[in-house]
Design a protein around this ligand. Structure first.
Ligand code: AMP
Ligand code: GLY
Length: 447
């Protein structure tokens, strides 16, 4: 069979890597791919992941059997709908279902109507209304300055490449952030509608599932680290490292959390006539570990695999992800689960006792400005416990160079979390390019 993977990051290399090990023995194409995907696929580097017309033409011309869409933008723009209209199979939700990531205002309303726990929130288009809301909420008299220490979170509703969220500790900052987005076009159209929501304390956790209508198969819980520097300091990035599974959540805990989140949302989608199909990512805050469901509240949904979470999840599952993605694309996930004796929350059966940790080797200056084209040397050798997923690399005149801020994702595996951490750090310390930088604390405070 022929498979096309759309995208060019570490997530897409991981998807391609998983497909390359499939018993279905696919011929793999990657559009546009990166320096690493050349090892497992043919890169179609003249087709950008957001160039929907060229993707459709390529899929028809090459008679691709399954298109797997890595990033959110083409899904939110309707790539899955266009492929389906052309009778081509796709792993990824339709445009209407992808709104769960494309519009945070839509997602918050859906979550609220479905009775899924989330932070208290309001949606605004006008700064005057946002000001009035804060004034009333904080009992500030008319005319008094909006000042004081109370944390809130301000979010651009539309897609902003993970940068559209401002966590504010002072009321002045809330108004500044809201004004930046609504009046000064900080995120362009994505910020013309904003959400102001209650700040939640807790421990962040990602839960992902393969979804086909109301049927779903949960993947192991994982944890991402978005801040640039150790101890979660510095600006937010696309993700500096992740690990899975989590020693602080048993499979029973995860089942109780998933039960609160997935069935109500999936039912709601079906009821609206826009069933969800693909990978659904729930970004969660666990606000109270004394409760059975750990006080779970949804922070956000994404309509695709997490990056770098995919780089830990795909290597630890023992089943064939390509078989599952094909089953989802053909609306037969339930039957596949019956055939493989799997229930929705059986993620422990999927992993056995494998643990994985991914650490990102980034360019100095990332996520702000950073140089490109640095020669990458000393790649650690890969084996059953060390995998290199390329994120921002390219091959120039036969040599591997950096082409993005997050250049390489190194995944370490082991029979325990500690072993996986030791393995990943022994490997990533070898990587050399000018200015290379990585977080030294991914997964380390957990043992
Ligand atoms: P989001 O894109 O909505 O997941 O937000 C990005 C990041 O901002 C999350 O991963 C959290 O670290 C943080 N965040 C978002 N919403 C909240 C909230 N209500 N309370 C605390 N932190 C939040
Ligand atoms: N790792 C966070 C994301 O993929 O959105």
């Amino acid at each position: 069979m022929k498979v096309l993977i759309v995208g060019s990051g570490g997530r897409e290399h991981a998807l391609g890597w998983a497909c390359s090990r499939s018993s279905l023995k696919p011929q793999i194409y990657c559009a546009p791919g990166n320096g690493g995907t050349t090892q497992i696929a043919e890169n179609i580097d003249n087709i950008d992941a957001e160039d929907l017309i060229s993707i459709i033409e390529f899929v028809k011309h090459k008679k691709i059997d399954l298109t797997i869409v890595g990033p959110e933008v083409p899904l939110v723009d309707g790539l899955a709908d266009m492929l389906k209209k052309s009778k081509c199979k796709v792993f990824g939700p339709t445009q209407k279902a992808a709104r769960i990531e494309g519009s945070k205002a839509f997602a918050k309303r859906l979550v609220d109507e479905a009775g899924v726990p989330t932070a208290e929130f309001e949606v605004f288009r006008k700064i005057t209304r946002a000001e009035k809301y804060l004034r009333e909420l904080c009992s500030l008299p008319v005319g008094a300055p909006i000042a004081g220490n109370k944390p809130f979170v301000v979010k651009a509703s539309g897609l902003a490449a993970g940068k559209g969220v401002r966590v504010c500790s002072k009321l002045e900052e809330v108004i500044d952030a809201a004004r930046d987005m609504l009046e000064h076009g900080a995120f362009g159209k994505a910020g013309s509608k904003i959400i102001i929501e209650e700040y939640l304390n807790g421990i962040e956790t990602s839960l992902m599932a393969f979804v086909d209508g109301e049927d779903y198969l949960l993947l192991p819980p994982s944890r991402d680290h978005k801040q640039a520097f150790d101890n979660d300091k510095g600006p937010n990035t696309g993700g500096m490292g992740a690990f899975s599974p989590l020693d602080d959540l048993t499979s029973e805990d995860t089942a109780r959390i998933a039960e609160k989140v997935f069935p109500p949302i999936l039912k709601k989608f079906v009821k609206q006539g826009t069933p969800y199909s693909g990978l659904l990512y729930a970004g969660l805050m666990l606000t109270d570990y004394s409760k059975e469901d750990k006080g779970v509240k949804v922070l956000e949904f994404n309509c695709r695999f997490g990056d770098p979470e995919a780089q830990v999840l795909l290597p630890i599952i023992k089943v064939d992800p390509l078989e599952i993605m094909l089953a989802v694309a053909e609306n037969r996930l339930k039957q596949w689960m019956v055939d493989n004796d799997l229930e929705p929350h059986d993620w422990q059966k999927l992993t056995g006792d494998r643990h994985a940790v991914t650490v990102v080797a980034a360019a100095s200056g990332y996520p702000e400005s950073y140089p490109k084209g640095m020669l990458i040397e000393n790649l650690p050798s890969e084996n059953d416990d060390v995998i290199l997923f390329h994120a921002g690399t390219a091959i120039k005149r036969g040599r591997l160079v950096t082409s993005g801020g997050r250049a390489l994702d190194v995944t370490g595996l082991g029979g325990s979390h500690k072993k996986a951490v030791e393995t990943v750090y022994a490997a990533i310390e070898q990587v050399k390019f000018k200015g290379v930088r990585f977080r030294t604390d991914i997964g380390r405070k957990e043992y």
